[in-house]
Design a protein around this ligand. Structure first.
Ligand code: GLN
Length: 306
């Protein structure tokens, strides 16, 4: 495994077209696109890394896997009254489907869906309290208390968040919101701004590769059935309107973020985190996807067979 990922990391550094960093969040535009990291975490506890696996990056939409998990834990099937389970086929920040579907976003991973999930988790609490709960959950999963929110990124997102603010108020106009819109947005922007490295992220995803059990602590985070379902949503919706392409090329459940991170799950085998800040036009990490494509081909880990 170490030699496979060392080779991948080397190949990525030599690849010329590294994609373009996100610029609509000014703080993310400052990140050097010339970086690559990969970590493969196995249920046995073994961890393999290559590239700058200690460098922190903004996990952005990868955080939506953890907020969905928390929401399902608190509210079970009620979550599905607020968001659907279908791929949207539209960009992550699209507003077009929301009117037709009466303010119930297609899935929990597009921005509108994740904002609705943030609303369900809050249950009348302040953003600070909800964020403390989200961070605590991720720290527990990663077995690492150093994980925090990058306040600069959060402020940057909030300042330029006109589209997300529009999505939230539009949904609230259908009467679904339980908490004040501005507080829900504050929670959403901040959980997207959690900073992690690939080691922490791969460890945090292990429960999804291990039937719902976090091998670090032996704790059941979710039932095997729920782990399967979260993986199914990651496969079908985790890369927005690039989900079909990601399934075609990589063949693993995965969740991307505009910070350039991707968490991919090989059920029963491994949790993999990759990071490279340059994105493709859809907003998914260009080299991250390529690296996972090569890794899946070399290991035979695609869920569709070797
Ligand atoms: N925080 C980002 C946004 O709301 C998340 C988008 C993403 O990572 N795809 O636009």
């Amino acid at each position: 495994m170490q030699s496979i990922i060392d080779e991948i990391a080397e190949q990525m550094l030599l690849t010329e077209d590294k994609g373009k960093v996100a610029t609509y969040i000014p703080q993310l535009a400052r990140v050097d696109s010339n970086q690559f990291a990969i970590t493969v975490a196995l249920p046995s506890g073994e961890i393999f890394s290559a590239g700058c696996a200690n460098t922190l990056f903004s996990i952005q939409s990868v955080s939506k896997v953890f907020t969905l998990t928390l929401a399902l834990g608190k509210l079970g099937d009620y979550v599905w009254t607020r968001v659907g389970r279908e791929p949207s086929g539209d960009p992550f920040n699209s507003i077009v489907q929301l009117e037709h579907e009466h303010g119930r976003p297609r899935n929990p991973f597009i921005n509108a869906g994740a904002i609705a999930i943030a609303d369900t988790i809050m249950q009348g609490h302040e953003p600070k309290e909800t964020l403390a709960e989200i961070i605590q959950f991720i720290r527990f999963l990663s077995d690492d208390d150093s994980i925090t929110i990058d306040e600069k990124v959060a402020r940057s997102e909030q300042k330029t968040g006109a589209r997300n603010t529009s999505l939230a108020y539009f949904m609230a106009s259908f009467g679904h919101f339980e908490n004040p819109v501005e507080k829900v947005l504050g929670t959403y922007f901040h959980h997207c701004s959690i900073a992690m490295n690939t080691v922490q992220l791969a460890k945090a995803g292990l429960f999804l590769a291990n039937n719902g059990i976090n091998p670090n602590s032996g704790t059941a985070i979710v039932s095997p059935k729920r782990a399967k379902r979260i993986n199914a949503l990651m496969l079908t919706c985790g890369h927005y309107d690039g989900s079909g392409e990601f399934a075609f090329r990589v063949g693993l459940p995965g969740k991307s973020g505009v910070g350039g991170g991707i968490l991919a799950i090989a059920p029963g085998k491994a949790s993999i985190a990759v990071w490279s800040p340059g994105l493709d036009p859809i907003g998914n990490s260009k080299l991250g996807t390529l690296a996972l494509e090569i890794l899946a081909a070399k290991t035979g880990w695609s869920v569709f067979g070797e």
